[in-house]
Design a protein around this ligand. Structure first.
Ligand code: NOJ
Length: 752
């Protein structure tokens, strides 16, 4: 083990908020001046967010707005209503403080991008940033100035329905994309027309819900919390995210909404965060249901003192905070800090200067550029999982007929995925429509839906589907899950294709024609029961408004697939949690130390295995690993090297490899860099993603791909929860998936 005296302690400072330092000083003065004028009731009002979607919100909220008892509303998207609510707040309340107007704009507003997990499969921060910027501009036309996104919970359990909203299992990938999303929503200038405040959620650990059951308990050792679950939040904070949302979940016995360690120690003391924290929907009052507090008053006390600045859709703050201050239990400083955090955001958004919305000042909804970006995002998010005998792309010239089968080929709403409150399914171009348009008159398209939805058990239409397949040169099956099967409170214990889809595959397969599965889903699925019955699998997630044209282009080879898995695909549910950056254990498995349950030696069962960490019925490998994704061309990696074999703490090393496109078509590849720190004062993962880059290569082209790694990039939280880089030996790999074997080594030496 490396000695501690040689470690480089990395000092954590949050020095950005995308606000010019002079502006920050000016804003702090304005915050202080306003705060000095506020009554306690007005302060508590700023800490309260109310739902504005019920009944007539103008009638229902006007008096409270005039009294200054509401700081924010959510879920109102009628621009005239929002402008009127703002007008009452600004013109009829004593201090004229404008409202934050919140909404879940998760992966698009009217124009819907792929689900976040799909966007993560693009491994492309630029497309993620562009998508968020479009969503912000569209949402801003309604007066929304704050989105509850990005969701940056690390998700290692595909049963969890909200994995769809996540950026996958990896801290590095999720961190890079989290920052890009924040930048997209908030723009270069938060006060510009069309920029909206972002909200990193759910702070923290929500994705570790036991058995993937939404809202269930999480138990995460502090070291793992810091090394795995917190980095995307730190990245969002560094990118200037205006707000964070506390998680619904219980973290190690203290629900996140009342968790002082998270919100005071980590967020404020260590990260110096000066944005604000909102609770989740009624999660302050739920502290009582968790069993942490006895009543709403104690819940308000616990949440406010732990660091929740604003309560979403609950009345514990409004009902109890003032009295808690008056009777001396809550220091007024706690309230002042919370209100300052909220006011700071309002000033940064420029709401005091421009509280109203003029939709005509913003670009039209679903304009050509937005749809183009949505298509590009979908194109880059689709992952080619397998392609036996290069059955894809379909050769248009040689194909006379194509059977298009399945419940998700022509389902405009379903392709949008979860969390699309405002998504407009009339804008969706379905795969069927796009295939027909692309195939033109050359290819006869025979469409049979075959199942009412993905969950159907009725197989009456299977014969018709099989006949269509029998008469066609090839068949494409659009399978998967409807949008309702993933998202909040939509977890599944069995994540195989629901309903009778596997049976449909078997029936179609029996005709002996090439079978291509295009899977639309909100999570990784266990595909073990169909993988050998189809030639190719394109995994399209829920690809959004322009999913159809993207899929059609990929099927016919107009474009080559370039998505890579942002989460491991298990063979079966019992393997979960399964993720690439696992620990080695003291008994790591290898092909020659494992045995299958069917091969156990009946006479000497105890001698059958090498006593290593695997499942008798599933081995230890996933069906498809993190980072996996094929192309229509051939990419070859070779000649990995390091610029130096030894570096000192504080220095950088460059890792390079040659990448050749030896196929016959131009394509993009996501090149991935993984590192292993061989020994640590806490054990380190067998591989960790440390860099990635999307590159375009012409046929025959070779490029050298370089990644510069500073020793800070190799820092981790060690035994004393300090961020440190330890001297010692490192392995580095470059390749097209987490299973790359192209390896080199370097060493960090102690400079003392
Ligand atoms: C509950 C969800 O957990 C959260 O992500 C969302 O932003 C709020 N509801 C508001 O809709």
């Amino acid at each position: 083990m490396a000695v501690l005296c040689g470690v480089l302690l990395v000092i954590i400072m949050n020095d950005s908020f995308a606000t010019h330092p002079e502006d920050s000083v000016r804003i702090e003065k304005r915050v202080g001046a306003l705060l000095a004028e506020m009554t306690l009731a007005e302060k508590v009002g700023q800490m309260s967010q109310v739902n504005a979607s019920d009944g007539n919100p103008i009638e229902g909220l006007a008096d409270r707005l005039r009294a200054g008892s509401i700081g924010s509303i959510l879920n109102q998207v009628d621009v005239e209503t929002v402008n009127e609510l703002q007008r009452i707040a600004v013109e009829e309340s004593r201090l004229g403080i404008p409202l934050l107007v919140g909404r879940d704009v998760i992966h698009g507003f009217k124009t819907v991008m792929p689900i976040p997990l799909g966007q993560a499969a693009s491994w492309n921060p630029d497309i993620v940033r562009d998508g968020a910027a479009i969503a912000a501009r569209e949402a801003a036309t309604t007066g929304i100035n704050w989105t509850f996104a990005p969701m940056i919970d690390i998700a290692r359990d595909a049963r969890w329905g909200r994995i769809a909203e996540s950026l996958g299992e990896d801290p590095h990938l999720a961190s890079v994309l989290a920052a890009a999303m924040v930048e997209g929503y908030q723009g270069d200038d938060l006060s510009a027309n069309g920029s909206i405040a972002a909200c990193g959620k759910h702070f923290a650990g929500y994705g570790a819900a036991e058995s993937g059951r939404d809202y269930a308990t999480t138990n995460i050792p502090e070291n793992e919390l810091r090394n795995v679950y917190l980095p995307p939040f730190k990245a969002a904070v560094d990118a200037g995210v205006v707000s964070l949302m506390a998680s619904f979940s219980d973290l190690d016995g203290i629900p996140a909404t009342g968790n002082e360690f998270l919100m005071r120690q980590v967020l404020r003391d260590e990260w110096q965060y000066d944005g604000f924290v909102v609770s989740d929907w009624d999660s302050v009052r739920q502290l009582q249901i968790h069993g942490l507090t006895e009543n709403d008053r104690e819940s308000a006390f616990a949440a406010a003192t732990a660091g929740v600045d604003m309560e979403m859709a609950g009345d514990a703050y409004v009902g109890h905070l003032a009295a808690l201050v008056e009777n001396g239990r809550v220091d007024i400083q706690v309230i002042d800090t919370a209100v300052a955090n909220i006011l700071r955001a309002k000033f940064r958004l420029g709401l005091f200067e421009n509280p109203y919305t003029d939709p005509s000042s913003l670009p039209p909804i679903a304009n050509e550029g937005a749809l183009k970006t949505a298509k590009r995002a979908a194109l880059q998010s689709v992952v080619l999982l397998q392609n036996e005998q290069d059955v894809l792309p379909l050769a248009k010239g040689e194909l006379n007929s194509l059977a298009v089968i399945g419940p998700l080929a022509d389902a405009p709403y379903e392709q949008l995925g979860t969390w699309i409150f405002d998504g407009d399914s009339s804008l969706s171009v379905t795969p069927l429509a796009a295939i027909r348009a692309l195939a033109g008159d050359d290819v006869e398209v025979r469409y049979v839906r075959a199942m009412e939805n993905s969950r159907s058990r009725a197989s009456d239409a299977f014969d018709e589907a099989v006949d269509a397949v029998a008469e066609s040169d090839a068949s494409v099956l659009f399978l998967g899950e409807e949008s309702i099967l993933s998202g909040e409170a939509h977890s599944r214990a069995d994540i195989s294709l629901p309903g009778d889809q596997a049976e449909l595959v078997r029936r179609v397969r029996a005709r002996g024609k090439p079978v291509i599965a295009v899977i639309l889903a909100g999570r990784p699925l266990t595909l073990t029961n169909i993988v050998d019955h189809v030639d190719a699998i394109l995994f399209a997630w829920h690809p959004g408004t322009m999913g159809g044209p993207a899929i059609a282009d990929l099927l016919f080879g107009v474009e080559s697939p370039s998505g890579k898995l942002p989460a491991t695909f298990p063979r079966m549910v019992g393997q979960i949690p399964i993720y690439y950056n696992q620990k080695n254990t003291g008994k790591p498995p290898s092909p020659d130390t494992i045995v299958h349950i069917d091969d156990i030696d009946a006479h000497a069962p105890q001698l059958s295995t090498g006593m290593t960490a695997f499942h008798l019925d599933a081995g230890y490998t996933p069906l498809f690993p993190f980072g996996h994704g094929l192309s229509y061309t051939e990419f070859g990696y070779r000649e990995i090297s390091t610029s130096q074999s030894e570096i000192e703490l504080g220095e950088s090393v460059t890792i390079s490899a040659e990448l050749t496109n030896s196929g016959e078509r131009a394509a993009e590849e996501v090149v991935q860099l993984y590192v292993r720190d061989l020994f640590g004062n806490v054990t380190r993962p067998v591989k960790e993603l440390k860099g990635f880059r999307r590159v375009h290569l012409e046929p025959g082209q070779t490029v050298t791909v370089d990644f510069e790694l500073h020793t800070d990039d190799l820092a981790f939280f060690g035994r004393n929860m300090q961020l440190m880089t330890e001297p010692g030996e490192f392995h580095a790999w470059i390749g097209g998936s987490s299973e790359t074997r192209l390896r080199t080594e370097f060493r960090i030496i102690d400079s003392d």
